[in-house]
Ligand binder design. Sequence first.
Ligand code: C2E
Ligand code: MG
Ligand code: MG
Length: 478
Amino acid sequence: MEVLVSILACLVLFGSYVAIRQLIALRRELHARKAEQKLALQMAQHDVLIGLPNRRKFQDVLVQLTDTIAPEKYRAVMMLDMDGFKTINDVYGHGFGDALLTGFSERLRETVGEEGVVARFGGDEFAIITPEIDEIGDAANLANRILQRIEDVFVLDSRQVTVGSGIGIAVFPDDGYSPAELLRRADIALYRAKTTGRSTYCFFELDMDATILHTTLLEQRLRNAIENRLIKVYYQPILDLGKQEIVGFEALARWSDQDFGQVSPAQFVPIAEDCGLIGKLTEQLLGEACTVAGTWPRNIGLNFNISPLQLRDVSFPLKIISVLSETGLQPERLTLEITETSLMQNADTALVILQQLSDAGVRIALDDFGTGHSSLTYLRDFPIDKVKIDKSFTMHMADSKECEAIVESILVLSQGLGVEAVAEGIEQQDVLQKLSDSGCPYGQGFLFGAAKPPEKIAELFQIIDQSEPERSRYSALL
Ligand code: C2E
Ligand code: MG
Ligand code: MG
């Protein structure tokens, strides 16, 4: 009997022991699950790199803060992004970019203070809810302090970088009640701030909505114009200044909309880039331009502008080569014009693309030279055949010693490097004289003629053919 009692006691004890172990395990699991859930919630509401609230959390907090705001007080919503972040990231690498974002967000937090909120929406896009303010001017003061703080030099990995930022501001309750409306309006104001120049802030104003509407409408019309091939190519002559002969033409896109009128490519090309239509537009225009150039005398070249985005598309060289083979234009007659910024943005891919094009015989020109970073490394490292001196220098050569000196230096540089120089924007005879005296080999500008439709170019070649031998191609233009 005693033995039986002992066995039973043992069994009970063992059972309790097992039960307690199970209880402990269960508790641990629950604890772990809670921690996991907390982490998941934290991750769902915060940005992974810096740990700042993300867009979702920002919107929740904005509702709470505006619901509980003191009477007669305001809070402003600010949207901001870093100027040139993409380039810094591409040039110095992602590790450096991450460190810069962290430093940038720390400065924002310090300046905004505990009573406000700083969130990261992704990339270099940040949003702020200001502390409660008495008047709208307080938001302007804070924006100014943020801009000043941001502009201090960042020293990271023993490198020094300076960045700027644009800030768009919408004020609660004047500019809206809901987070979506406030953010949308702050974003519109940011867009305006970015177009007015570096490091500035801008408050939302009602007419900005109209501007956005204008852009959206223009975008719809552009889509339609590309779909129906309504954008045309005009051709502006490029001359050998020494021989006074036309050596080629630059293809320039022309679009006339029934309501918007003549829209400049400087306006619609960026829209085509933004809405993913630039590839289609380029293919259309290049096809048309190569076909037209095929009808010109064989010694006349074609210059064609390409968008920076296309230097990120690794299939771009193939597309160009297939347009050339379809239209029968010899690659040597085609010069693609690119800008320095397009080289900076994605240097490695750009180099591969340009090398392939250059190997195929296509020429490469650096457009608007002098307006970007004018880094000489591009001329050394990329297969550049020509530089086009920006018209802002050429046009003022006659009245500005500085512009004259810049043009002359570019000419010396290009001669030294064996790169052809083309001066853009020649409008006056005395500028042409100065360029000729400085030994500038090629030029283009309204003095010789603006861009014209293809039929006018065909007429021009007829005039040249029929004219007396002493009448040069240059005088045929004038
Ligand atoms: P760009 O490539 O630098 O083209 C030269 C611009 O200067 C053209 O303006 C031309 O009309 C203008 N121009 C030429 N000579 C003179 C002159 O003597 N004085 C002045 N004041 N201006 C002169 P446009 O046609 O408005 O083109 C503006 C820019 O749009 C071009 O600058 C180019 O970057 C871009 N673009 C034009 N067509 C295309 C295209 O088909 N594709 C792409 N991606 N961009 C294009
Ligand atoms: Mg050009
Ligand atoms: Mg140019």
